[in-house]
Design a protein around this ligand. Sequence first.
Ligand code: NAG
Ligand code: NAG
Length: 345
Amino acid sequence: MEKKMMMMILLPFLLVSVSVCSTAASTFNNVSTISFDEGYVPLFGDFNLLRAPDGNSVRLVLDRYTGSGFISSSLYNHGLFSAKIKLPSDYTAGVVVAFYTSNGDVFEKNHDELDFEFLGNIDGKPWRFQTNVYGNGSTNRGREERYNLWFDPTRDYHRYSILWTAKHIIFYVDDVPIREVVRSEEMGGDYPAKPMALYATIWDASTWATQGGKYKVDYKYAPFVSEFKDLVLHGCAVDPIQQVSSSGCSEKEADLESADYAVITPDRRTAMSNFRQKYMYYSYCYDTLRYSTPPPECVIVPEEKIRFKDTGRLKFSSGHGTHHRRSKRRSRVSKVAAQNQAKEI
Ligand SMILES: *[C@@H]1O[C@H](CO)[C@@H](O)[C@H](O)[C@H]1NC(C)=O
Ligand SMILES: *[C@@H]1O[C@H](CO)[C@@H](O)[C@H](O)[C@H]1NC(C)=O
């Protein structure tokens, strides 16, 4: 009963469509895409990785036997990692779709990682997602932010992008930069600095993904299918063993830094700030119980800060948060998930 009431209160709120970004959808229009076989190989659950005949799209499936994933064939020393993604619909509690860069296979103890993690939900409740940044094994210093989306990510494809340069990291949803991390000296090794590969996975994260594990994957609704297309890998591919940049790297770095999407124009900054005001519901930067001094890259925005409690969660959060437990459980669901260090927040 209570839950139903909550939904009735929540739904209209969530359905209010707020225009986060009014600029034309053009940021990534000119970016060249590559086929699956040009850039990627299966990572696990090969039977559940379904390539389209044209090679430009791929489906990752989770069923009761396994999830699935793919990985870029190369590691990149900085890059733009991007894909159009459509998430599974209906009941998806416990399901996680992750789109991230990592070098955890090469550096087990001090890996770097940049994450988009999409968290499934019970029927009628929207997907949420989080971003995270790890550098040089900083897994005990999580830098999670969690958000809602301004659209239903199961209905259409939307572009999700991670830009990583020597100067900054930008997470994009479509044309909206939703998070920027500017490299600062104080961040030290916590700023990702070693070549990374791109990973995309779908897996069972029943223990934490939806309301702290309250709702598990229900295989009655399987298979859970996520679709990826228009894949983009820009950057300097480096030898994973030697990790030496090939000679073309400085040129590619320059290309990356001078690209349109590497610039947060005033319009984009406005869109970013609107997004964060309306859709961000957790930020480590405002979680003073966790970090009495915010980590050095945090830009404390007074209008944002006022919305958050000491826990970094929304003050007037409707439902989520109130019954959350804090836990640092790590998912060991798959080889990849193990590196994901996903923490419940
Ligand atoms: C996109 O490409 C077209 C043709 O190559 C070019 O004319 C246009 O200026 C480019 N737009 C951007 C935003 O780079
Ligand atoms: C990264 O971690 C390694 C191993 O813990 C350490 O030796 C190295 O100094 C660190 N690098 C940076 C830039 O902090």
